[in-house]
Design a protein around this ligand. Structure first.
Ligand SMILES: [Zn+2]
Ligand SMILES: [Zn+2]
Length: 333
């Protein structure tokens, strides 16, 4: 049950002129149609429609014993935190999209590179989609509302051309602040971000090859160990990270509970909250978008927030935005 109605003010996303007009009007249509800019005619975005299934297929090599190594398994699990939590949750989402805290540039850029290594597009692209999502949540222009259907909200939207994203002026309006930084502009140009992803996969292979060669007897031992790190530590980890991020878009706009009446369908979902290291407390997040903690109650466990808190304690995060409900609670006690 929704316990609080979110004020008009808290609906507005943080960064100044980014979400400047046509706020979420609170209407939500059930069922929704695909966004206007994806229909008439529907065009497949082949680059994504081919690469997403291809990476899934390659990740299935993890089921082939020759590609197995325990080191690969460990790297896969650790990678979910390093690339998914630090790269996507902490950097792409809470830092770059919502400016929930400030970090030194060297750290921000390093974390953004971790995000690039999850193959979820460039920081500017990710931030633009997500700001659009907040602005139009569960209304027709929302790029990925699962109220269209589950599969559309989960990953279908990535595989269809959305003409809004091709309109450079429209797109840039959402990420002017990000594109001011030459570092992010460089990642945009000539798909340089995909080169970064390929280099990181190559580094996994070469390190694995070196170790396998040194500890094994033949060069093939090096190849086998190197490929096991790529299959588990890169490909499978990439796919799992995708589904965790996609579930925040799909599952947490369908099932869960609401602490706040946010006038769209965002939910706090226990399973996704835990699996995603804090992103699944999505209704809290929609209600208070800049807050660096998405868990608002003590039981809403948020590993990403604990990491930001640690960065703050050691002096690497400043101006950390706390949930408004925490200060409201403190003043009423
Ligand atoms: Zn949402
Ligand atoms: Zn957000």
């Amino acid at each position: 049950m929704a316990s609080d109605t979110v004020s008009e003010e808290t609906q507005v996303d943080g960064p100044n002129d980014i979400v400047d007009d046509a706020e979420n009007d609170g209407r939500f249509h059930d069922p929704l149609s695909w966004p206007e800019s994806t229909v008439n005619p529907v065009r497949i975005r082949w680059r994504y429609a081919l690469s997403i299934p291809a990476i899934h297929l390659l990740a299935c090599l993890a089921f082939v014993p020759w590609f197995f190594s325990w080191t690969g398994v460990v790297l896969c699990v650790l990678g979910l935190y390093v690339f998914g939590t630090l790269g996507i949750n902490l950097c792409y989402h809470r830092l770059l999209t919502h400016q929930g805290f400030v970090a030194p540039k060297w750290l921000e850029h390093s974390l953004a590179i971790l995000g690039v290594c999850t193959m979820q597009d460039t920081p500017a692209c990710w931030v633009a989609m997500h700001r659009m999502h907040h602005k139009y949540s569960d209304t027709r222009p929302d790029p990925h509302s699962p109220l269209v259907n589950f599969l559309w909200g989960h990953c279908g939207w990535l595989m269809i051309v959305n003409r809004d994203f091709r309109n450079v002026n429209y797109y840039e309006r959402f990420v002017r602040d990000i594109l001011k930084d030459p570092f992010y502009l460089r990642l945009e140009r000539n798909s340089f971000w995909t080169v970064v992803y390929a280099i990181h996969a190559l580094v996994f292979f070469l390190i694995g090859f070196g170790i396998g060669r040194a500890t094994g007897t033949t060069a093939m031992d090096g190849v086998q160990f190197g490929l096991s790190l790529v299959v588990w530590g890169v490909l499978l980890r990439t796919v799992v990270t995708w589904h965790i991020t996609w579930s925040v878009n799909s599952v947490t706009h369908l099932w869960g509970y609401q602490n706040y009446n946010t006038r769209e369908n965002s939910q706090n979902n226990m399973l996704i909250g835990l699996l995603s290291n804090g992103e699944g407390w999505h209704n809290n997040h929609h209600a208070d978008q800049r807050a660096a903690s998405h868990g608002h109650h003590w039981w809403e466990f948020d590993v990403t927030w604990l990491t930001i808190r640690l960065l703050e304690i050691i002096g690497l995060a400043k101006d950390v935005v706390r949930p408004k409900s925490w200060s409201e609670k403190a003043t009423t006690e």
